[in-house]
Ligand binder design. Sequence first.
Ligand code: HEM
Ligand code: HEM
Length: 186
Amino acid sequence: MNAIADDRMVSTATYDPVARGLHWLTALLVLAEYIVGNAMPHVRLAPPFAFLVQVHLALGSGLLLVVLFRILWRLTHRPPPPPPLPALQRRLAGATHFLLYLTLILMPLAGWASASAHGYPVRAFGILSLPALVPYRARLGFILGMIHADVLYWIFLALIAMHVGAALYHRFVKRDSVLSRMLPGA
Ligand code: HEM
Ligand code: HEM
């Protein structure tokens, strides 16, 4: 295959429809969790199991299941060939994606531990009951709750800002095909 055909093949490659669907479902759930998490009463000050806290736990634990399935899918389905970018940029993108996956797991786990320490039941999408992660009133659960709300919160936000910033930079400054790799219907 000659170089031009090869480049065209790389630049039109997209993630498979399931991977793209899971990407945007993840993004939507994370956005909802940031909004509901900030709108709900402060758990440390208002221990009653308020409605918005219930929504936060239901969506967040549902997100955890979606992310586990997404990772399984990613490991068993080959992603498209990497976009034609300088090696350093490719490595930076790879590292950011890995850290996004890691935070997508740690953030819900820390929140779940906090919920268990507060004695809140956790039901994924409001349907599937999950067991308590730590015992009621366990110190570890409260510490993980603080890490969830004050540390991972900011790390995750910074990673998302870098990731979305890079996607928009490729689209509107470089005008290349990186974003279309993940767009629905591409
Ligand atoms: C990516 C997913 C998630 C995001 C972005 C997120 C975001 C947030 C935000 C913004 C807060 C409020 C911070 C504050 O101002 O105090 C919060 C608190 C909390 N979240 Fe999440 N959350 C996520 C997943 C979860 C999950 C899965 C659970 C439980 C199953 C959970 C349980 C909690 C609890 C219990 C608190 C109160 C923490 C404390 O004060 O001890 N979160 N979360
Ligand atoms: C909370 C929000 C988001 C999270 C957690 C997230 C997470 C991820 C992850 C983990 C990957 C790596 C996929 C893989 O190779 O397995 C990825 C890829 C990608 N994301 Fe996001 N994403 C979010 C939002 C967005 C948004 C808003 C955009 C666009 C404006 C976007 C555009 C892309 C693109 C274009 C790729 C493919 C990059 C490539 O092919 O190298 N993402 N995302």
